[in-house]
Unconditional design. Structure first.
Length: 101
């Protein structure tokens, strides 16, 4: 069974390996800001992404990219931003668990 140190290492590995985020609109992917990378008090690795496209549009996806420029996680969404001033906050939660088989 994994010990507490292993869970801590895995959570920290996730937050360190996420390099950037991208959002999708109109079939193309655009880089966007990572707001934070943290481990919550409940032991969840959480990555927050702020999307500020600067135009009215529909956002159809968000993804996380690792330090090797590979996609680690993707989330399909459908959010209509009606003004250029609108910001969208999305987050990814990674919960590490262990199961016996």
């Amino acid at each position: 069974m994994l010990q507490a140190a292993a869970f801590t290492d895995l959570r920290n590995y996730i937050t360190k390996r996420i390099y950037k985020a991208q959002y999708q609109r109109g079939g193309s992917w655009y880089d966007t800001a990572l707001v934070s990378k943290e481990v919550t008090s409940k032991g969840i690795a959480r990555i927050k992404v702020q999307i500020s496209p600067g135009v009215a549009c529909t956002i159809t996806g968000v993804r996380l990219i690792n330090t090797d420029n590979q996609v680690w996680a993707t989330k399909a969404i459908s959010v209509v931003l009606e003004t250029a001033d609108t910001n969208l906050l999305q987050w990814f939660d990674f919960e590490i668990t262990e199961e016996e088989s």
